[in-house]
Design a binder for this molecule. Sequence first.
Ligand SMILES: *[C@@H]1O[C@H](CO)[C@@H](O)[C@H](O)[C@H]1NC(C)=O
Ligand SMILES: *[C@@H]1O[C@H](CO)[C@@H](O)[C@H](O)[C@H]1NC(C)=O
Ligand SMILES: *[C@@H]1O[C@H](CO)[C@@H](O)[C@H](O)[C@H]1NC(C)=O
Length: 242
Amino acid sequence: MLSYAGMLALLLIHGNVMLPYVSSQNAGFVKSPMSEIKLTGDAFELYCDVVGNPVPEIQWWYADINRADSFKQLWDGARKRRVSINTAYGANGVSVLAISRLTLEDAGIYECRASNDPRRNDLRQNPSITWIRTQATISVLQKPRINSSDQEILQPKSGQELPITLQCNLTNSHSTHRETFWMKNGLEIPNTRTEHKHTKFKLSKPRTDDSGEYMCVYSFKSAPNANASIEVKGKKSFHKTH
Ligand SMILES: *[C@@H]1O[C@H](CO)[C@@H](O)[C@H](O)[C@H]1NC(C)=O
Ligand SMILES: *[C@@H]1O[C@H](CO)[C@@H](O)[C@H](O)[C@H]1NC(C)=O
Ligand SMILES: *[C@@H]1O[C@H](CO)[C@@H](O)[C@H](O)[C@H]1NC(C)=O
């Protein structure tokens, strides 16, 4: 595929000065990154999808929330390799910015910039004229602390099993707690919803099929859910790793 400059050069070589690039189209956003609230330790992804002819170049920039006038460009591998940028140029330009293992310092304004203006990287040009931009605000909250009981191993005795109580205590959170419920193997266990910060789930007569991955999930007024998982293992493991 020819670049804009290449096309222009070809047109000039052929002496056609009347119609330089009829089909060119300014860059425009099809999909913009969305603002989100995340917890420390988690990850987020922002999408940016751009049309234009020629296909626009995409860049990602970052500014601290309190210094929204000083953006710095982000690159793949930045922040000790927690930042990844994957961009594909096809019919559209599509780019995904991903940041993993979030810290409080990752909060801020993330900007997708796009341009197919041939003067876009000319330092004498004002970038606010040659590039279009769209922003998302990422807030990062301290992950709530949940103290949960240790993993349990079912101890089937002949006929009589000892009850098992799984426990979770919300010991620290920066947002107002709303509700707590339990899940087993990814599915909500009915009738476990409570507003208490300390919650228990009791297996009164544990059997082999009670084994699995249990999880207590806490929801908050203005923060993402937090959870802790507790594994309940059968005494004989039928799921040996190969
Ligand atoms: C967490 O739970 C353990 C018992 O399971 C307890 O000894 C410890 O003090 C608890 N920690 C907090 C911060 O509540
Ligand atoms: C949760 O809190 C209760 C009451 O304070 C305590 O008895 C229990 O040991 C705690 N459990 C865990 C896992 O922290
Ligand atoms: C549990 O927490 C992890 C880490 O924050 C998150 O990725 C996952 O989606 C949560 N799962 C549920 C069911 O809330």
